[in-house]
Design a protein around this ligand. Structure first.
Ligand code: CA
Length: 234
């Protein structure tokens, strides 16, 4: 079996080399890019299994810009992205996750942490992309094309809401706490407020409301949320 290829987008050569050594020892193949145009070229030429993307890059476009660009592109939206950021830029995490990043690592990080996060994200993305469309209520979710449809119509959905809904639709009829949802949807060790989940739930419900599907996302008092096709008495 061929090794999975990881693209490292990092302008500091010492950090980039350290990551390459670590990942090669863990059995991955590495591609490197020091700026966004090189990164874009690598993605087009080699289609990596995952991208490690530094937040601060030279030029006027940062890592977030690149992440957003990829996640909007049907060809590449499925490639998972882990953002790297410096300590003290915790606010960036929300922006990063909003831009569709799959996980987040703060520098300095241990090599063990890096490898385990990469493996977790790869596991999650391959289990999401393997299956046939999931139909619940009037909603149909095709995890391959990352397309949400209802009665044959495509519903336009942002990357974060997509991941949240994909988690719900693959784990229906069970109540989850906000913390569990954050861990499951954004990955563990992501230090964002539990209440951030409420914002995304609200957006998701609003998106589903015109199709009368917002009721599928139910508030479980004292716990969190549940996705269920069984109607809840108000
Ligand atoms: Ca940098």
């Amino acid at each position: 079996m061929q090794n999975e290829r990881i693209l490292i987008v990092e302008d500091e050569p010492a950090i980039s080399e350290m990551i390459v050594m670590t990942l090669e020892m863990a059995g991955f193949d590495c591609l490197q890019a020091a700026n966004i145009s090189e990164a874009h070229q690598q993605v087009v030429d080699h289609r990596p299994a995952l991208i490690l993307l530094d937040w601060m890059l030279p030029g006027d476009k940062n890592g977030i810009y690149f992440c957003r660009m990829l996640k909007k592109d049907q060809m590449y939206a499925e490639i998972p992205v882990i953002m790297l950021t410096a300590r003290g830029e915790e606010n960036n995490k929300v922006h990063g996750l909003d831009a569709g990043a799959d996980d987040y690592i703060t520098k300095p990080f241990s090599t063990r942490e890096l490898v385990s996060r990469i493996k977790a994200v790869l596991r999650r993305s391959s289990s999401l992309s393997a299956d046939k469309p999931i139909d619940i209520g009037k909603l149909s979710l095709d995890t391959k094309s990352q397309r949400l449809t209802t009665e044959g119509k495509v519903i336009d959905i942002g990357p974060t809401e997509y991941r949240l809904l994909a988690f719900f639709m693959t784990h229906p009829e069970r109540a989850y706490t906000r913390t569990q949802l954050l861990d499951q949807v954004w990955g563990g060790n992501v230090y964002i407020e539990d209440r951030t989940i409420d914002v995304h739930i609200r957006r998701l419900r609003k998106l589903l409301q015109p199709y009368d599907c917002d009721r599928l996302i139910q508030t479980v008092r004292g716990t969190g949320y549940r996705f269920s096709s069984l109607l809840q008495a108000d």
